[in-house]
Design a protein around this ligand. Structure first.
Ligand SMILES: Cc1cc2nc3c(=O)[nH]c(=O)nc-3n(C[C@H](O)[C@H](O)[C@H](O)COP(=O)(O)O)c2cc1C
Length: 220
């Protein structure tokens, strides 16, 4: 039976980094949302379409500011204690649409990924399930101060593994649910017992100076 967690509940943002309607990653994200709800989290399922942005352009930023898609992601992250992203793998890496939105969102101060707990999932028709893409996705997210959970679930041969919106193999389904439950336990612990307090410094270790200083103050 699902463990019911004590108040206040965890707020978890869940989305898939694919724009297409029949996305396998969207299906996996939906499953993850269901598991998180079963374990007592307050879940917001968002669509990548809400976060889509024009290609990053410093001139556009100077003239018009940060676009609505990145603003929407920032708001969602601010409301959340943790996020779960299910991302396709494109050419052994993350999709450009996701990296572009991350780049835009990284321009806000305070920087909205800093300190958020994150779980990465992927689904792919391939045998590796898109796992290489998740290793590349860790890089910008960890650079931005997100705490990315060590175990990343990648659903291989996803077009066959998902049957009527479920992971058909019961052992695999149990592993998926356990992965999410374990992540939620860590996110809940981090919410109630913050043990690391630090300022986010984008270029840690460089000589302080205006060119390199993109520093968020230590939260109260
Ligand atoms: C441009 C492009 C590159 C791709 N590269 C990979 C890849 O490197 N590895 C992989 O497993 N699948 C790759 N695929 C296949 C995707 O995994 C597949 O289209 C998947 O269904 C996309 O995720 P979605 O269903 O959530 O949209 C690629 C697809 C596209 C369109």
């Amino acid at each position: 039976m699902a463990k019911q967690r004590s108040e206040p509940k965890l707020n978890v943002l869940v989305f898939a980094a694919s724009l297409r309607a029949e996305s396998l990653n969207r299906k996996l994200a939906q499953l993850a949302a269901g598991v998180a709800e079963k374990h007592g989290a307050i879940v917001t399922v968002a669509s990548m379409r809400d976060f889509d942005c024009p290609s990053y352009d410093g001139d556009l930023e100077s003239a018009q500011g940060i676009p609505a898609g990145a603003q929407a992601l920032k708001r969602r992250l601010e409301e959340a204690d943790a996020f779960i992203m299910s991302s396709p793998e494109y050419n052994g890496s993350m999709p450009g649409v996701l990296k572009n939105t991350i780049d835009w969102a990284s321009r806000f101060r305070p920087q909205p990924f800093d300190g958020k707990q994150g779980l990465l999932l992927s689904a792919s028709p391939s045998m590796a399930g898109g796992n290489r893409g998740l290793w590349s996705l860790r890089i910008p997210l960890e650079h931005l101060g997100a705490r990315i959970y060590p175990d990343m679930f990648s659903l291989a041969t996803a077009s066959k593994a998902l049957v009527q919106g479920e992971i058909a193999d019961s052992a695999l389904r149990a592993r998926f649910e356990k992965n999410i439950e374990a992540f939620l336990s860590l996110a809940e612990a981090a919410k109630h017992y913050p043990c690391i307090k630090r300022a986010w410094v984008e270029f840690l270790g460089e000589q302080p100076g205006t060119a390199a200083d993109r520093v968020d103050p230590v939260p109260a």
